[in-house]
Design a protein around this ligand. Sequence first.
Ligand code: TXA
Ligand code: MG
Length: 338
Amino acid sequence: MTKISRSSTEVIEVDPHAPDVETIEVAAEVLRDDGIVAFPTETVYGLGARASSPVAVQKVFDAKGRPATNPLILHVADLDQARRLAATWPEAAQRLAEAFWPGPLTLVVRRSERVVDEVCAGLDTVAIRMPAHPVARALVEAVGDPLAAPSANRYTEVSPTTADHVLKGLSGRIDLVVDGGATEVGVESTLVSVVGEKPTVLRPGMIDRSQLSKVVELGGLGDEERVVDESEPRHSPGLSRRHYSPGVTLRLVESKEFIRLCEDEGQRGMVLVGGLGAPIDSDAAFVEMPPEPEEYARQLYSVLHRFDGDDVDEIIVEMPPEGQRWEAIRDRLRRAAD
Ligand code: TXA
Ligand code: MG
């Protein structure tokens, strides 16, 4: 077990596929003592706190600088734990859980009395997810209590897909980072509310609408119409536009414009992100993205973090294709561009 100390935040490395018991126990002990710990999930790194501890949950809000009005996701080890957090467990929740858990899907259900108020930001619902990542699962099991865990980044900044991304935003503000390497999925889970008559997608993710539709009949609007202004009261605060933003300006352009900019050789301080597998001959700083959405999603936040420095003035991103498989990626890019 390697321990590296950076300011007051410790880092411990762990095998993401087979986390050893002692390392997990170190992290579980911090969590039991109301500490806060960043750990890998299959989507992005989460910043975990024991969900039944208002003190620990408050530390998460403080470390992130997240408004108390924005509720957290509870991570569970099994279906029983999930059901105990819910006042009712609709048929749709059961079907979706059976189809996609453990995995990158979060379900919003009516909350039971076990859920502490601080987690839900005053809503009568709670978001629950059973992660697939062996480290996340081992941690929740070892703590023996669900873990409240938002993405491990400062509020409105880009979510972390590596331990270094976590440290960039939160070093010195949290107790521990469990470093399990880069995450697989790369963007946050699909968020589905099963509170209303038909399940609705509150935040698109890599489990897309066509996959969900094979299991349940979806209702509600497309996510584009659901994006609301920060000042409005909202069903899911994560729908606010200023989310997932890098520190530099990000501009989204259609392919034709992108190619023209590449031919112009870009300008100083400009990074061009696109190409989608068709290499473009350009002298501008250019990042070629993979043509498949799964691989694109895996790399996206790393690219944004890499160019989030002061020598870059503008990141220009080629808009990926339309279609359900790209919906989550287009969604995050649009938010980052605002
Ligand atoms: O993949 C993920 O979901 C990651 C990993 C760490 O699990 N977590 C994550 O958490 O993205 P966070 O807090 O960054 O995003 C959770 C989103 C927020 O937009 C929040 O507003 C929404 O879920 N949310 C939480 N509870 C909700 C509720 N009861 N009703 C509606 N939206 C809710
Ligand atoms: Mg987040």
